[in-house]
Design a protein around this ligand. Sequence first.
Ligand SMILES: C[S@@+](CC[C@H](N)C(=O)[O-])C[C@H]1O[C@@H](n2cnc3c(N)ncnc32)[C@H](O)[C@@H]1O
Length: 417
Amino acid sequence: MDRPAHDWYRFVLSFPPHLVRDYADRFELNSNSLLLDPFCGTGTTIVEGKKLGIPAIGVEAVPLPLLASQIKVDWSPNPDRLKAHAQSVAERVLTILESEGISDDPDENHDVGGAANLRALPEKTMKLLLKGSISPFPLHKALALIEVLKEEKGSPYYRHELLALAKLLPSEIGNLRFGPEVGVGAIKQDSPVVSLWLSQVWRMANDLGTLSAMDETPSKALAGDARGMGELIAPRSIDAVICSPPYPNEKDYLRIVRLESVLLDLIDDRLHLRTLKKRLVRSNTRGVYKGDEDDKWIRSNRNIAKVAKEIESRRIALSKDSGFERAYHRVTKLYFGGMARHFRSLSTALKPGARLAYVVGDQASYLRVMIRTANLLAEVAVAQGYELEGIDLFRTRHATATGEQLREEVLLLRWPG
Ligand SMILES: C[S@@+](CC[C@H](N)C(=O)[O-])C[C@H]1O[C@@H](n2cnc3c(N)ncnc32)[C@H](O)[C@@H]1O
């Protein structure tokens, strides 16, 4: 039931649509409300909002999930025309591949002497990818498909067709697996790229058949930094927030979407990657920079200082000396400081009485020091003038490192105005 649009592209471990339904219901949202997800990722909140008839806005800093969110709430393409368009694109790609002596069917590609004449990425671009992310044959076919798709940029079906490819690139076409961190799994020498893609567009078109009747509810996703909400959202316009912000768990949002971001030209080079990383709330040690100073926003919070101190003391006691390990305590403070900035900038956009739900998890990633994310985040929000309504338990996860059950919780806040 939940699959249409949600399944067009999603993060591993993104929160489930029913969570949005539950809190939308509890916050009594309806077609006159405006719902916000300031960390919208692949758009679960805004897609579900649209299905429920609740107007919604998402904000996201990373281009690929932003694009996915924007397309996932665009239910305007005519399903039959989308299918026909994709069919003609597929035929053109197959003709090109055939003229090169290459078949889409891996079983027919035995005699295609070596990889010398295959399409490839420039060396500099290739270096942005995890080694082994994608094999030469699937890469060649995906690039041929992208070439033909680019000629269709003006078409109303272009973006949906692009997203269908983005969804397939990591694991069906490429060699990546998520567990939940991204890594290279079994290497596929070849893959039926064009037929996989066509089937995915078909599935999306079938979804559009049911979704188009619900297309009147406005919904959009904006590029931006959740620590600067005041510049993005009209003052006193938001009735509710439902989101899952990052938390200090070493997850690298630019790494998990790297293959599809690079192939779709959304990340050009290392410099661009660094610029994008700087727009994120700090949640992993690979994304901490010298000039970072979000920690000054939580300087007076004793509990955050205590956790950071405990992490640093344990690091010293265990003689852990790598650059990453030394950054553990710092990223913890930068994270909560970034969230304080977010809460401050968000307050101007909220209507008095606005209700907020933040899904976050406890963490023990840094030398097994427990970070009770929801509790600390509650203190950070209260310091910015929010009222704490409560903390719900959403689910528990088994942490392999410590053997403990980690709590995933929903922090509930109210903006008094
Ligand atoms: C846990 S994910 C959200 C997943 C989302 N609920 C979904 O349905 O896919 C957190 C998201 O916050 C984004 N993010 C991190 N820092 C941000 C910032 N400063 N501004 C906007 N988005 C940010 C990340 O790129 C990531 O997509």
